[in-house]
Design a protein. Sequence first.
Length: 361
Amino acid sequence: MRPNQSTFDWEKAEHFARRTAQQVAAAMNVNLSHLGDQLGLYQHIRELGAVTSDQLAEHTGLHERWIREWLRHQACNSQLDYHPDEDKFSISEEAAAVLCDSDHPLYFAGGLEAVAATRVVTQKLPEIFKSGIGFSYDDHGGACACGVERMNNYVPRFVLVPQILPEISGLVEKLEQGITVADVGCGSGIALLHMAEAFPNSSFLGYDISRHALKRARAKAAESGLENAQIIDVKDSPLPRDHSIDFISTFDVVHDVPFPDQLIDDIYQSLKPDGIWLCSDIRSFPTFKQNLEELPHAAIMYGFSLHVCMSSALSEEGGAGLGTLGFNIEVAKEMASQAGFKSFQKLDYENPVNNYYEIRP
């Protein structure tokens, strides 16, 4: 049907068409940028300086014609700088911080890996929309878990011990003296092992259900040589419901699980009467209108939710399906209260992605 010429806004339609084309280009760029990350091309260019396609191909042992086309694509996406007089390509310090430097707070190459790993889910989404049952983290395969780990490792490596833990009154002193700690949904164990290294007198238990996460966590624990850290499969040994744990942490976990009310109850039943739960979860607002208007990264969060977080939260029949932005502060307060927690406090530390809550029985 031809548009009604009297009401059809051609300027608006053309703008939308251009934006759609940009989104298509962005989708291809994720795959090709992830390829560059996989092959170490950004790092090679950073180390070599401005290079021609011949030089980069010789240095990497890769095929020059494919290298040339990839370099041109990356320059068109402003991820590499082009020097026409020499027909060379380079990477700026700013781009290198995002794509190469895993110790930089703006590093995001792991996001490329995580999104690229969702291809298998994208193919299954029509079926998922019909059945209502999503993918667990293990269903995504190891690459997704690895990408999420790389994407979210700055805070546990550089911020958790020196900045976040000291905000909780009396906690550091207890950790130094020696207490029992459980990191629930420990993933690959980055936060757990950094805490275990910082506080050798305390015992640290890392719980997870993903075989991919457990394998990586156990390998990292063995490599660290730390004797005060243990990795536990929840299926074999659930959280003890005997009020025996002093401190529990969860980092971006609650919104992912099919039954968050059960998880929060398990945490409550595991904690001592004077115990502490440090809960980190995604910053969001109670209404979609607020997320739409006030959350700059809402689009990527809802996209990630459909592919990963909500998919995990609906991977079992009857799952709550909170999704990436579903565990906002109001929901967190209400669910913690229902489980029996009496004290709920938002910590001063925050970043553009996460809130941090101190919750006590």
